[in-house]
Design a protein around this ligand. Structure first.
Ligand code: PHE
Ligand code: FE
Length: 295
């Protein structure tokens, strides 16, 4: 896709962020590391049957992401490049916004190369190779999602100029990380943050606690989210085509409006105009808040 809105970096800023890319160091993974991958892979693979969207399950196999070893980024990228032109590059962990956007805009997906320790099987704060590869990479082989993420990267560089990165980041959070999708067979998971978490895979779809609300671009951009626990609200897209259509348009007018009428919704808030698929009881979140207060 060509740059639609002129040079997104503006003038005079350095655009070379390639120094964030490191060698994956595949040979450095120990047997224990590969074993950790195996445990996580097998657990999720089983759990995600009938829960993850088909596009995810099909591409997991197509890309040769398997159960026995941590995938080798170079080999995986060869297949991925043939399918959609994306490649996976290794980074040491979380990287700043601008290099992140720049890499996405070049169809390079930055993935952490380290893997969690056995004591952290269920929860880690920083995204590791299991989250980044198992969670994110399969959908990069889906043509429409592939275009969406590249456009998001370009959009991030633009949002930087508008001062609206926070609004755009919420779109990423509620779609790429924690999105649900409506299918003829029922709700399915498409967000990587859910797909790589055994607890949230069940919680997001089956628990009565969280809200499930139809995706609305402006609404999502105004919604605060939790980073330390399961989400209190999930947004549901109808298709990847819908997501792409709604985000392909120029965001400038929307950004202006968000700046003139700033509004921040709490993670559990429901609006009269929301298209509610499930109104959450928020029982889980309430219990957790009480737990934290007394801790
Ligand atoms: N259309 C957005 C803009 O005008 C860019 C974008 C595309 C952002 C897709 C997110 C996802 O900035
Ligand atoms: Fe992620």
């Amino acid at each position: 896709m060509a740059t639609e809105y002129g040079n997104p970096m503006g003038s005079g800023e350095s655009t070379d962020y390639n120094h964030y890319i490191i060698d994956q160091g595949w040979k450095n993974y120990t047997d224990e590391d590969h074993g950790t991958w195996q445990i996580l892979y097998n657990r999720q693979r089983e759990l995600l049957k009938g829960r993850a969207c088909n596009e995810f399950m099909d591409n997991l196999d197509k890309l040769g992401i398997g159960d026995s070893k941590v995938p080798d980024f170079r080999r995986m990228s060869e297949t991925l490049k043939e399918l959609t032109g994306w490649e996976v590059v290794a980074v040491p962990g979380l990287i700043p916004d601008l290099p992140f956007f720049k890499l996405l805009s070049e169809r390079k997906f930055p993935a952490g190369n380290f893997i969690r320790k056995r004591a952290q099987l269920d929860y880690i704060e920083e995204p590791d190779v299991f989250h980044d590869v198992f969670g994110h990479v399969p959908l990069l082989a889906h043509p429409v999602f592939a275009d969406y993420l590249e456009a998001y990267g370009k959009g991030g560089l633009r949002a930087h100029e508008f001062g609206t990165i926070k609004n755009l980041a919420r779109l990423y959070w509620f779609t790429v990380e924690f999105g649900l999708i409506n299918t003829p067979e029922g709700l399915r998971i498409c967000g990587a943050g859910i797909l790589s978490s055994s607890g949230e895979s069940k919680f997001s779809l089956e628990d009565a606690s969280p809200n499930r609300i139809a995706f609305d671009l402006k609404r999502v951009m105004q919604t605060n989210y939790r980073v330390d626990d399961y989400q209190q609200t999930y947004f549901v897209i109808d298709s990847f085509d819908q997501l792409f259509q709604e985000t392909y348009k120029d965001f400038a007018p929307l950004y202006e409006e968000l700046k003139i009428h700033p509004r921040q919704l709490t993670p559990d808030e429901i609006l009269p105009e929301d298209k509610i698929i499930h109104k959450g009881t928020q029982a889980y979140a309430c219990a957790r808040d009480i737990e934290k207060q007394s801790a």
